[in-house]
Unconditional design. Structure first.
Length: 163
């Protein structure tokens, strides 16, 4: 049996319908859509997908929002990876690819740009690495905490200018 290589497919900002259908099935099979989450909105937020052979194994989404504590707009990143692929750096690579895609988009589209990509750390699996102020491979730096005590991390884009 040959081992498939995991491929990362950047689909943002205009995700092809094929990948929207696959992502919808992925979320529904994983029972991963939060209550009240509007599927059409989430599909427009698809950024990078992880595929092992023909199987979708990880999905990342982003949405742009003003983050008042830093007085700037950021792309907020979230991802879901199938349990059997966790702890295999899939989430890390989704993060890196998505950050690079967003940074290139922001450089090419200055009027639609943001200052960086943010992550609200929710996974307990990241508790050990969360003690580090900087995550060098992803460029995510600790910038604060939510009111629930979750870390907020930001990877600043190279061309970012703050107001």
């Amino acid at each position: 049996m040959t081992k498939n290589e995991i491929n990362y497919i950047d689909v943002w900002p205009d995700c092809p319908e094929k990948w929207q259908v696959a992502s919808k099935e992925f979320w529904l099979e994983s029972n991963a859509l939060p209550a009240g989450a509007e599927l059409a909105t989430r599909l427009k937020q698809l950024c990078t997908l992880a595929v092992d052979g023909d199987r979708l194994i990880g999905v990342s989404t982003v949405f742009k929002a003003n983050y008042q504590p830093l007085r700037c707009e950021l792309y907020f990143f979230r991802c879901l990876v199938l349990p059997e692929y966790r702890r295999k750096s899939v989430a890390r690579q989704l993060t890196i690819n998505c950050r690079n895609t967003l940074e290139a988009f922001s450089t090419e589209n200055p009027t639609a740009s943001a200052a960086g990509m943010a992550v609200i750390v929710e996974s307990p699996a990241l508790s050990e690495i969360s003690r580090r102020a900087i995550w060098p491979t992803t460029g995510l730096n600790l910038v604060g905490y939510t009111s629930q005590g979750q870390q907020v991390r930001v990877a600043w884009f190279k061309e970012a200018l703050l107001k």
